[in-house]
Design a binder for this molecule. Structure first.
Ligand code: MG
Ligand code: MG
Length: 274
């Protein structure tokens, strides 16, 4: 059943992957810049303006702006908002958490990544929520290997999350292939049994992005037709990186160090590409 999907996976040359690394570094640097700007009193529109300036100053183009009509450079999703929040006048308050999702295009190739950041001092259970989501993303990234199966990624993510308690794993939104478009085949669910789907090969690029909730996994779409919130109003975290498998291990194209530190901490191999 995966045969059709397998045919649709875009395989990039080494030169194309190098361009994706350039796009990924723009995204990674922009998110680190934003992390430093998140504080009580800043508006999500201000964060969006900072991101757009950073991406354009780097000679890149925001992936999101105009994507199916999305009006901004970043998605800014606060508290019970899971993904696709639209930046605007909302001012962040002490104790909030915000997911910042960002994409950039360099020479026609996309990078896509997201972080969730606490605003000021956040409750310990929210720090844990963010850790659970980020750790699960890294387990998923570590499962990206040449010859491995696509569903090994979702299985690693799900196993990591369920091992940490009764969190919800969002199912309606998934990771995805990425390359000359931001969203390509295949979908990469954040759950599932291992050993299924196409085998990963050199030149595949994937965005791995678990969304984890404090409560039930059910979601609801707000009237703006973009913002996805938890149905039960509890809060959510979202982390994302773009990755490609290499003979040495995963190369995390949107991580400033290529993923070396976090993959090493998991005892996983990491690309020597840097
Ligand atoms: Mg994204
Ligand atoms: Mg994505």
């Amino acid at each position: 059943m995966f045969r059709r999907q397998e045919r649709m996976i875009q395989i990039k040359s080494d030169d194309e992957i190098a361009t994706m690394r350039a796009a990924g570094l723009v995204v990674g640097r922009t998110l680190e810049l934003l992390r430093g700007e998140v504080r009580p009193g800043v508006s999500t529109a201000e964060l969006d303006a900072i991101a757009e300036a950073a991406i354009r100053d780097a000679g890149a183009t925001p992936s999101f702006k105009g994507y199916h009509g999305f009006p901004a450079t970043i998605c800014a999703s606060v508290n019970d908002e899971i993904v696709h929040g639209i930046p605007g006048p909302r001012v962040l308050e002490d104790g909030d958490i915000i997911s910042l999702d960002c994409g950039a295009i360099v020479d026609g190739y996309h990078g896509d990544a997201a972080i969730t950041v606490g605003v000021g001092t956040v409750a310990p259970e929210l720090v844990e929520l963010m850790e659970v989501c980020e750790d699960a993303m890294w387990q998923g990234l570590a499962a990206v290997r040449i010859g491995g199966r696509l569903s090994d990624i979702g299985h690693a993510i799900e196993t990591s999350i369920t091992g940490r308690g009764g969190y919800g794993i969002v199912e309606e939104y998934t990771g995805h292939g990425i390359g000359t478009e931001m969203h390509q085949d295949p979908n990469v669910p954040n759950y599932g049994r291992p050993g299924r789907g196409p085998r990963l090969q050199r030149g595949v690029a994937l965005a791995i992005e678990p969304m984890v909730t404090q409560g039930d996994r059910a979601t609801r779409l707000l009237g703006d037709d973009w913002t996805v919130v938890t149905a039960d109003g509890l809060w959510a975290a979202h982390f994302e990186h773009t990755v490609t498998p290499t003979e040495d291990g995963p190369w995390v194209l949107t991580a400033l160090d290529g993923g070396a530190a976090r993959l090493a901490a998991l005892g996983a191999r990491a690309s020597a590409a840097g």
